[in-house]
Ligand binder design. Structure first.
Ligand SMILES: Nc1ncnc2c1ncn2[C@@H]1O[C@H](COP(=O)(O)OP(=O)(O)OP(=O)(O)O)[C@@H](O)[C@H]1O
Length: 309
């Protein structure tokens, strides 16, 4: 089921085209990671989708409802507010109740307390938000996004600025939300995080989504477009440059020897097609072959290359 469908969405600020035609479909139950450099337009897209900012052109649907009627879906979509929009003089629990009562009917105090516990704010319920640390403010913003048990949850940089332990807590929470059937759209600058928790990722660059797919698909596509692939081979004894030149003589691929480290030999090859033949040759030469693996591009490299393309 499509939870969000964005078509040719554009946004202009004055003469600057920030979004130049975004096309994107988000499916039920996925965690989707939206990445882009600072100022790429990620928050702008979120603000349009959540009816805070007007689009310039194009259209979108959320939960099947067209963008002209976003008031009909507001209760079914949870959005994490910017922490500067929290009411600092309120106690955490009172803030959540206040925000909850704006949209929900008859939710008990126990509901709000359990929500605070869920986001890791146990013990801070009766403290004023102004006494909260940065991480705690992030957590209460996330709690606000979860009010009313929404189907689609939109989180703008939920873990930025958090210490590793708190970031792990939030990531685990996102995974749990997904397990309970929620759909999550999040932005993050942490590509390791994106890789860990997102099913699909979209890279926003120059106003359009330049790359879209699972983290693995993006890395494989990046490897395929490279002229040479890094190869790591573990053998006993370790392969030397001489071994490689003997073995590779009658192979169809070009192999360059780079260096060795312990039992590992690092090579560059022009194509993966000759790898089975290479492995066979190594074994035939009496060398014990333990492992052959291709060096994968990291999502970070994929992202950096997207910017340069
Ligand atoms: N209200 C506004 N008026 C004019 N320009 C704006 C406005 N809001 C955002 N912009 C510009 O639009 C561009 C995209 O900003 P946006 O905040 O969406 O980027 P972002 O990808 O979320 O960045 P970051 O990763 O730094 O949060 C930036 O150049 C920003 O200066």
């Amino acid at each position: 089921m499509e939870m969000m469908n964005v078509k040719q969405l554009t946004k202009k600020y004055g003469s600057t085209n920030v979004l130049k035609g975004i096309n994107l479909t988000i499916y039920q139950g996925e965690v989707f990671g939206f990445v882009g450099h600072n100022g790429a337009g990620k928050s702008t897209l979120i603000h349009i989708l959540t009816d805070i900012v007007n689009k310039s052109g194009g259209s979108f649907e959320i939960l099947g409802i067209p963008d002209q009627h976003m008031n009909q879906v507001k209760k079914r979509v949870g959005v994490m507010p910017d922490i500067s929009n929290l009411y600092e003089n309120m106690k955490g629990i009172d803030f959540l109740r206040y925000m909850g009562e704006l949209s929900l009917a008859n939710s008990s105090k126990e509901y709000y307390l359990s929500l605070m516990r869920d986001v890791g704010l146990e013990g801070a319920e009766w403290k004023k938000i102004k006494s909260y640390s940065f991480g705690m403010k992030k957590k209460i913003s996330i709690a606000q996004a979860l009010l009313g048990n929404p189907e689609l949850i939109i989180l703008d940089e939920p873990t930025s600025g958090l210490d590793p332990e708190s970031a792990i807590e939030i990531r685990n929470m996102i995974t749990e939300l997904q397990k309970s059937g929620k759909t999550i759209f999040l932005t993050s600058h942490n590509l390791d995080e994106i890789e860990k928790i997102c099913d699909r990722v979209g890279i926003l660059s120059e106003g359009v989504i330049k790359k879209l797919g699972t983290p693995r698909e993006l890395k494989i596509a990046a490897n395929e477009s490279k002229e040479a692939i890094g190869l790591i081979i573990r053998t006993k004894p370790v392969l030397t440059a001489d071994h490689i030149s003997q073995i590779s003589d009658d192979l169809d691929i070009n192999i360059s020897f780079l260096h060795t480290k312990k039992d590992y030999t690092f090579l560059k090859v022009t194509s993966e097609d000759g790898l089975p033949q290479l492995s066979k040759k190594i074994m035939e030469s009496g060398i014990l072959l333990y492992e052959v693996k291709m060096e994968e591009q990291s999502l970070e490299e994929v992202f950096m290359n997207t910017k340069e393309e």
